[in-house]
Design a protein around this ligand. Structure first.
Ligand SMILES: [Fe+2]
Length: 308
């Protein structure tokens, strides 16, 4: 059995002091927003406790689906690298970037350089999306939907070239009979988020998966706990979103949570159990620890249980 933990959207704080010239862009809005909202809702204490619990669970691998930082200042990107280094070694932690990691033009390039060991495919010379990392029976396929967008926008885009590579990659891996996990920051399913936060070419991703197939899609971005699906060639493909790993309880979105997937079996007979782990307590003082919040058996396409 292989155990995969999924974390997303840690939006690591605190926000470093920024120079005014660094804020002469979309960053000004994000900087003010962070101090108004995220500084209260997203706190390191909850994240630290969540990560402690995840470590105790000792997953075989960790998938992190973006928005590590807030406005992608150089200091934030460097601090995120130190946080990644403390979280898990690069061969056990796979990262895809989110829109906040590409907050302004040029940010994604700097984040890709800083976080390269966590975003590089097996044997690949550098950071290229989609990347593929094989671990146990899994093939983790890392897709980047991150790109700089205008003020008030949090959109993502894959582009036609990456989509073509994604389809070809999924087809090749499908022929090998491995358990394909697609990691992407933005939700690919229809109507998952507001128009100004959407994946603008989500239909491309859906078309690639409809044709080539995948066993599981993991995303973040909405900070919600959702389980839905998109169409695959052998039945619906589960699409799972995990809430922000840093969110404190008592706010609009669910409190900090991660999902733990236990994957077993083989091609044509996969089983995938999903456990949601997070906080029940409303205050940090009460928060004795992280608990199992729910368990689900996911129907994996192409397996008899899923067809039945
Ligand atoms: Fe996002």
């Amino acid at each position: 059995m292989f155990r995969l933990a999924h974390l997303s959207d840690p939006h690591l704080g605190p926000m470093p002091d920024a120079r005014l010239r660094d804020l002469m862009s979309k960053r000004m809005i994000g900087y003010v927003n962070w101090h108004r909202n995220r500084a209260r809702a997203l706190t390191a204490s909850w994240l630290d406790r969540l990560v402690d619990d995840m470590r105790r669970q000792a997953p075989d691998h960790v998938a992190l689906t973006g928005d590590l930082v807030n406005i992608a200042l150089d200091q934030e990107i460097a601090a995120a690298r130190r946080w990644l280094d403390a979280l898990a070694p690069p061969d056990r932690l796979s990262v895809v970037p989110g829109n906040h990691d590409a907050y302004v033009p040029g940010a994604l390039r700097r984040a890709s350089e800083a976080w390269a060991p966590y975003m590089t495919g097996d044997g690949a010379p550098g950071v290229h999306f989609p990347y593929v990392r094989k671990r146990g029976p899994l093939a983790l396929v890392g897709v980047s939907s991150a790109r700089a967008s205008g003020p008030w926008f949090a959109t993502g885009r894959i582009g036609s070239r990456q989509t073509r590579h994604l389809r070809e990659t999924l087809e090749a891996l499908g022929a090998q009979g491995v358990f394909r996990v697609v990691m992407i920051h933005h939700p690919p399913q229809r109507g998952a988020t507001a128009w100004h936060k959407r994946l603008t070419d989500a239909s491309r991703v859906r078309a690639a998966i409809k044709r080539a197939g995948a066993e599981l899609v993991l995303h973040g971005h909405t900070h919600l706990a959702t389980r839905t699906h998109i169409e695959g060639p052998h039945g619906p493909v589960p699409v799972i979103c995990v809430p922000s790993a840093s969110n404190g309880p008592g706010h609009k979105r669910p409190a900090a949570r991660y999902n733990l997937f236990s994957i077993d079996g083989a091609h044509g007979a996969w089983t995938c159990e999903m456990e949601e782990r997070g906080f029940r307590a409303q205050t940090l003082e009460d928060a004795g620890g992280v608990d199992t919040l729910a368990r689900h058996s996911l129907a994996i396409p192409g397996t008899p249980a899923a067809v039945a």
